[in-house]
Write a protein that binds this ligand. Structure first.
Ligand code: NAD
Length: 499
């Protein structure tokens, strides 16, 4: 076991500045109003740095810088942009431990995950878009013997991006990589709960980009996010966050006819068909592992498999095994490499989850394990830890319908295929889902019948850059990842030429 030292202490791989301004035009500037707020580590509940509290004036300054940089950046060759993205990937890879520990400290997630998943996935994303931009082609259509239509991909110009707190670095890179590859300049607003790790990322990569190409303004949603999303100076807003906030973003953007990409909430079903328990073998173990994915990232995942739907004939046996496996999840200090379950990202989120544990009990759900806060003692007693919780109930309950965003799974049963699909689709969301079956036909049919943008079959929580990701229904508009994302950051120019 390795235990990374706390940032800023002897032997640590990373230290934070005592205060961060906004990153605008290639340099740090103080906030226009001179105000800062505390950034707290959820590991101990203590503040560790101060973050600039952005307002409309800061957004305007960042838009000035992004507009000034846009023409030159948009005209760089794709080879040059791809080269820069590759260098950013190399730097992130070389800075893996520093970035991973910074992220865990800021967000509370185990470094086991930031080291093995968040940062490597972000690196892969940069490389993927560095490659796909070079492979992108325009088109030529012959109109008649003398006339030809040429189609070009052009950047949009300045784009706004707003991200949440659950994967601060990964989601920043998910947004930055395709937008930069496509030739846009960016004003990015991170979540107020986790605005520190992005500054470590800027330490690592920002000198690779011309000033003004990537600008970061920190602050609160209404004070800094709204002026960005509502600005007539952006050509697109890409937002990841709650469904309710997404609705507001769309309203602001509609005033200026700005296109939106919205990556919103979810309440993902995880369906276990009867044949999963046909043999006591590796497949059965894998399915049980798939059940426990509800606790990955402390359940703070938009695609958290927060509803488990199990066939009645195997329900008791499968659930018993899944509960026993859940009780073995190692909860502890996020900077220990053995830890699988860390701290919830903020006090607000922690309180919200505890309220849902009460709501679940209040509406008659049965707690099979967990159902309470975890007191890990010592310096962690001020942090935000919750025991992984398994509820049994039915799909009409609030704990099955509302996004809890914690290490909580609500379990119910089904009798036949039609009922499984009905339960899966009985939600306003449609982001992720999973189907576990040894039978290819059942898995394929369920994959098609579930109304969700991503259906995992016999796996969960894989996010390769080249697989499209996004929501059906109220889980969003548009897609991220995959080369199709480039076109979300481009507009088509047609030149019609008569010779
Ligand atoms: P949130 O909507 O509260 O905040 C997200 C971001 O929006 C933050 O930066 C916040 O400051 C900003 N914001 C808040 N109000 C705003 C406003 N009125 N105008 C402009 N900006 C505003 O979401 P959250 O609590 O930070 O994140 C959790 C949510 O994100 C969950 O619902 C989760 O499912 C969702 N999420 C979705 C995906 C996806 O890819 N679909 C990925 C991760 C998280």
């Amino acid at each position: 076991m390795t235990r990374y030292a706390d940032p800023g202490t002897a032997g640590s791989v990373v230290s934070f500045a005592s205060r961060y301004g906004h990153f605008i035009g290639g340099e740090y500037v103080p906030p226009a109003k001179g105000e800062y707020f505390e950034n707290i580590t959820p590991i101990t509940g203590r503040p560790f740095t101060e973050i600039a509290r952005g307002t409309a004036e800061d957004i305007d300054r960042a838009l000035d810088a992004a507009e000034a940089a846009a023409p030159a950046w948009g005209r760089t060759s794709v080879t040059e942009r791809a080269g820069i993205l590759h260098k950013m990937a190399d730097r992130m890879e070389a800075g893996l431990e520093k970035l991973a520990v910074a992220e865990s400290w800021d967000n509370g997630k185990p470094c086991r995950e930031t080291l093995a998943a968040d940062i490597p996935l972000a690196v892969d994303h940069l490389r993927y878009f560095a490659s796909t931009i070079r492979a992108q082609e325009g088109g030529i259509s012959e109109i008649d013997g003398d006339t030809v239509a040429y189609h070009f991909h052009e950047p949009l110009g300045v784009v706004g991006q707003i991200i949440p707190w659950n994967f601060p670095l990964l989601l920043a890179v998910w947004k930055i990589a395709p937008a930069l590859a496509a030739g846009n300049t960016i004003v990015l607003k991170p979540a107020e709960q986790t605005s520190a790790s992005i500054h470590i990322l800027l330490d690592v990569v920002s000198d690779l980009l011309p000033p003004g190409v990537l600008n970061v303004v920190t602050g609160f949603g209404i004070e800094a996010g709204k002026p960005l999303a509502a600005s007539p100076r952006i050509r697109k807003i890409s937002f990841t966050g709650e469904t309710g906030t997404g609705r507001l973003i769309m309203q602001y953007a509609s005033e200026n006819l700005i296109p939106v990409t919205l990556e919103l909430g979810g309440k993902s079903p995880n369906i276990f068909f009867e044949d999963v328990a046909a043999a006591d073998d590796a497949f059965y173990d894998k399915a049980v592992e798939g059940f426990t994915m509800f606790a990955l990232n402390q359940g703070e995942v938009c695609t958290c498999p927060s509803r488990a739907v199990i066939h009645s004939r195997v329900y008791d046996e499968f659930l018993q095994r899944a509960v026993e496996r859940t009780e073995k999840i190692t909860q502890g200090h996020p900077l220990d490499t053995e830890t699988m379950l860390g701290a919830q990202a903020s006090a607000e989120q922690y309180e919200k989850i505890l309220r849902y544990l009460d709501i679940g009990r209040g509406e008659g759900a049965k707690v099979r394990t967990g159902g309470e806060k975890a007191d890990l003692g010592g310096e962690l007693s001020g942090g935000y830890y919750i025991r992984p919780t398994v509820f049994e109930g039915d799909n009409s309950m609030r704990i099955f319908q509302e996004e809890i965003f914690g290490p909580v799974v609500s379990v119910t049963r089904f009798d036949d295929y039609a009922e499984a699909v009905k339960i899966a689709n009985d939600t306003r969301y449609g982001l992720g889902a999973a189907v576990w079956s040894r039978d290819g036909n059942t898995a394929y049919r369920a994959g098609r019948d579930i109304q969700s943008g991503r259906v995992w079959v016999n796996n969960y929580h894989a996010y390769p850059a080249h697989a499209a990701f996004g929501g059906y229904k109220q889980s969003g508009i548009g897609r991220e990842n995959h080369k199709m994302m480039l076109e979300h950051y481009q507009q088509t120019k047609n030149i019609l030429v008569s010779y």
